[in-house]
Every structure is written in C-alpha cells, then in structure tokens.
Design a protein around this ligand. Structure first.
Ligand code: PLP
Length: 424
C-alpha cells in the first residue's frame, strides 16, 4: 500500500469512494458504542466484589473505632500500604475520600484562598498561571478553567514535558503551578524518567511557591510484566532543596471500585499541615469504614499488586485489539500515529492534522462515541486538531473491535476527504 500523501488523484478518488462505502455500511449497522471515558469494565469491578460482603471490623489495627468521627489523616495501615506501593515516606501520605480529583481540586482552591507554605499570600490576589503538558487530562484543565487559572500548554515528549520550555516559563513569577501525570500519562502513556523528574523538582522558579500537582493515578497500572517502581518524588524534592514543590496524588479508583475507592495525597510536612488545616474546616474525618474495608480486602501491598495483575489480564487484550486495528487499518497509509502504552488506561491517536473534529463527528453519526476532539488540550483547543483519546477498558472485546474498525474508517475517510479537497 502507498502512503496517503503519495497517492495519485485517481488513487485518492478510489480510496475516498471505498471508505465512503464502508462508512455507509457502518451507519447502517445501527451501532451504539462508547470509547469515551476510561471506566473499568464490569469484569474489572467484579474482581473486587468481596468488598461488598467483607465483614468489616469496627476497630482498626490502631484501636480506632472506624464507625466514628475523627482520624483526618486516614487509616494508618492503608497509608503504610500505599506509602510502600507509591514509594513515598510513610509519614508523608494521607488517605481521604473516594476521589483523588477532589483532593487536587481542593488543594488548588486552598492555594487560591489561603496561599501555600512559603508563599506570599492567597493566589487569588496574584496572577496565577499553570503549565499544562499536552496532550493531557481534560479534568485537570477543567479545574483550572473553572477557577479562572490561565494554562500554558507545553509539549509532552517521550520522557516528560519539554524541559527547556518549562525552564523558560518558570522565569515568570506568575507561573505557580503545573500538572503532571508521571506514569502512563493520560492520554499518551508517557512515563517521566528520573532525569526529567529530578529537573522538574530542582529547576529554579521565580515563584517561591511554585507547586507541581503530581497525579500518579496510574502508578500501579502496568500492562506488561515490567512493573517499574514509582519515583519517590517526596524524598527527591527534599533532596534537591525544594521539599514543598510536589503534591503527589493517587487512588484506588482503578484498583477496586471507581466510585467507591480511596484517594491519597503524599507531600511535605508543611504542605500536609496546611492541607489538613483547611480540610479540618470541611470534614471531621474521612470514610474510615471504607478505608478499613480496603485494608482487609488487600491484606498487604502484595495483595494490591496481585489484584493489579488480574486487572492487567483483563485490560491487556483490549489494548491489543486497539493496536491491532490501528496497525492493520491505518498502518500502511502513513498519516496517523498512535501510542503503544506500557500501562495506564488510554491510547492516543493522532489523525491527519485538521481532521480530528471531523473524525469524531463522523464516528458520532455512525453511533461510536469518542472523547471530543481537543479534550486533551486546555480549553478544548488542539491547535493541530489531530489528537483523539481512545479508552479501551469499558466495552466488551467484540464491541471494541467493531468500534475500532469504525474509528479507522472515519479516520481514513476524513483524511481522504481533506487531501481530495486540497487536490481539487
Ligand atoms: N487522574 C487521572 C490522570 C485520571 O485519568 C483520572 C481518571 O480518569 C483521575 C485522576 C481520577 O481519579 P479519582 O477517581 O481518584 O478521582
């Protein structure tokens, strides 16, 4: 097969007609498929069904009545377990409610309202900008957009964000925050390497209170036998002399139940103190019953790792279906690129520049729901209109296969339409 860009006018016309015919068949099939959000499938959730029936002990190992108020920092046994798994110091981590996203949102709100340790007062009284590696997680961008924080996109390379650009931006005292998904990034699966991580923690910043929201949502979500340990960012930040720079988050949302797990925050003593001070005004304590339930269900850190291997056994075949479809349907045409993540929940597909919106629209009309084009960029603006996030976890394998074949048809059709237009 010839690369799309090298096709003659006649070949392009033929390809266009072929894909139009395929697309008409797709439309006639009356599909109703969804590749939008990275939700665990029912089979994945079933792996943790014992949580629903476990005989939860009323008293945790440290002698606390988990049914009562109190214990703002969360269950000590669960904190110790996740300190080991996330590779952070045991005294740096707290366990909260069911969503780490809430903790991220609340830490940004607290920074705006109260400021952060070592800062110069509430951020709401200052100009505040966040560095937003792209492609990135749309809900991070929504937090900033909702709170009126300007975002500056920075290209996410193979080992992390473009450091020259980050260094340049940090010379601006208004740059006070940065988003990071350091392992198996949403959506392109990038893993920040040690050198990039160290640089991010030690680069000089004009804002003395610059913070990184280090969202390690997929730290345990390996898709292969290789299970790299997360970098201990809390200790590394201290070692390079910026102990308060990093706020690290994780959760069991994609370990046990996405709607009923436990969120974690690991950070310096000063940051934890400030966070708990604010949190203490909002709650008398987290859901310790659910935390205790998780402690009993997991047993220990190895129990979590074993569960994640079972998750991997369900997820890896789905990623294989996605990648097979992309290779077999788009591989030879040379206009599309995609990621082959070693973990996480997503594959990122770059279609022909200027066609992502059209691809998503074509897919929608054929009954295949995709994340909106542009969602992986601040304010939904992908300047190249080319990145589409594929979330393979939820649909059954057969549906996924059909959806991926349909998506490939839409990508080819949109590309052929565009090139035919240009030739006309
Ligand atoms: N962070 C990232 C990068 C995610 O992709 C997601 C969910 O898709 C979350 C956070 C949500 O985490 P939680 O369920 O703990 O709020």
């Amino acid at each position: 097969m010839t690369s799309l860009h090298d096709l003659s006018a006649d070949q392009l016309t033929a390809l266009l007609a072929e894909q139009q015919a395929k697309y008409a068949e797709l439309g006639a099939a009356g599909l109703k498929l969804d590749l939008t959000r990275g939700k665990p499938s029912p089979e994945q959730l079933d792996l943790s069904n014992d949580l629903l029936t476990i005989d939860v002990q009323a008293t945790s190992a440290d002698g606390v009545d988990v049914r009562n108020y109190g214990g703002l920092q969360g269950n000590p046994a669960l904190r110790a377990m996740f300190a080991e798994l996330l590779n952070v110091p045991a005294d740096s981590i707290i366990a909260g409610g069911n969503a780490s996203l809430t903790m991220m949102h609340d830490t940004v709100v607290q920074a705006l309202l109260y400021g952060v340790p070592g800062g110069e007062g509430p951020w709401k009284d200052q100009q505040v900008k966040f560095i937003a590696p792209v492609p990135g997680y749309d809900r991070h961008f929504t937090i900033c957009a909702k709170l009126g924080i300007e975002m500056i996109p920075v290209e996410l390379g193979e080992h992390g964000p473009d450091l020259d650009e980050v260094a340049r931006l940090l010379a601006d005292p208004a740059v006070k925050g940065m988003w990071a998904v350091p392992m198996y990034a949403n959506p392109n699966g990038v893993v920040y390497d040690e050198a990039t991580t160290r640089a991010l923690l030690e680069l000089p910043a004009a804002a003395p209170d610059f913070r990184i929201w280090w969202d390690n949502a997929y730290a345990l979500h390996h898709l292969t036998d290789d299970e790299p340990r997360p970098i201990d960012v809390v200790s590394l930040a201290a070692e390079v002399g910026n102990p308060d720079r990093v706020l690290a988050f994780a959760s069991t949302s994609k370990v046990t139940f996405a709607g009923a797990g436990v969120g974690f925050l690991a950070t310096s003593k000063a940051n934890l103190g400030a966070y708990l001070d604010g949190l203490g005004a909002a709650t008398i304590g987290p859901d310790k019953v659910n935390q205790q339930r998780h402690v009993q269900f997991f047993g220990d850190a190895e129990g979590v790792r074993a569960l994640m291997r079972r998750q991997r056994d369900l997820l890896a075949p789905k990623f294989a279906v996605v990648l097979d479809a992309l290779v077999s349907r788009l591989g030879d045409y040379g206009f599309a690129r995609w990621t082959q993540p070693a973990g996480g929940y997503f594959v990122s597909l770059d279609v022909l520049d200027g066609t992502a919106t059209r691809v998503v629209e074509l897919a929608k009309q054929a009954g295949i729901a995709l994340t909106p084009a542009g969602a992986s960029h601040p304010l939904g603006h992908d300047p190249h209109d080319r990145t589409i996030r594929i979330a393979p976890s939820f649909p059954p394998l057969g549906d996924l296969q059909t959806a991926m074949d349909g998506l490939a048809t839409c990508a080819l059709l949109a590309a052929a339409e565009k090139l035919a237009d240009q030739q006309a």
